[in-house]
Ligand binder design. Sequence first.
Ligand code: SF4
Length: 293
Amino acid sequence: MVKRIIIDENAGPCGGVKRVIHLAEKNLAAGVKTASLGAVIHNNVEIDRLSNLGLDTVDQTEFVRVGQGGDKRKLLIRAHGEAPAVFHQAEELGIDVVDGTCPVVTRSQKYARMYHERGYQIVVVGKPKHAEVIGILGHCDDQAKVVHDEADVEQLDPDRPTYVLAQTTISDEMWTSMLAAIQKRVHDVVWRNTICAFVSDRETELRTFAASCDVMLFVGGFNSSNTKVMYDVCLQVNPRAHWIETAAEIDSKWLDGAETVGISGSASTPQWLLERIGQELTARCDADPTPSI
Ligand code: SF4
């Protein structure tokens, strides 16, 4: 029987996500119509909340209409950032931009551009279709290479001076193994570990937290890269870890024989959602949450 439900005290969104959500809320509260270019956060529950406040979401083809006519809106750039071409196009079309690019991502874009202009082969370790990676490629005239596995490493030019950086949300393990493979193939490698410190620190804290619970509920969007990385960290130390978006997905069988249930989330999981899931689970288990929540 579940006796304790513990919400991870170190969970909650990262600074970059908090910042872009604050920008959205601030504009909407001031009555400014605002549309996010792509999902502002990889969490459907939080998207629904912001949508109810009036935030629209537009894709790469729709955004050109954001500045037009009576339905004129500001364009919110999410924390992942965008390629310079998007900012130029918005300027040409007279669209007001609210730039929510996370400063940590801006730093990666800056380094990639700097080494690209110096003639280096730029290599981003990460997911080829991730929005942050696409934005970084745009800062290198779409000339950078993306490395996700060893087969990608084989495509690199071994004779060009090469600059390697990381998508901010990959795991330390992926970075270490891909960098080693690149250094084996390419002769002249300069690298910078651009994994976000928030993500690295969370890995360590999360490992300890997940190992201390009988069952671990990890809350985050099924489309979130950071959630996948963090959930895998939980699974490494606790085979009874489960990835959920809402309390409705919790299967009672998961809790069989468990005394302690931990609830945590990724960089894109709002704190209020963890608390709500804790309350809903408490009601289901009839547990006394007082000492833990
Ligand atoms: S995980 Fe790090 S890089 Fe990504 S938005 Fe959050 S603070 Fe910025």
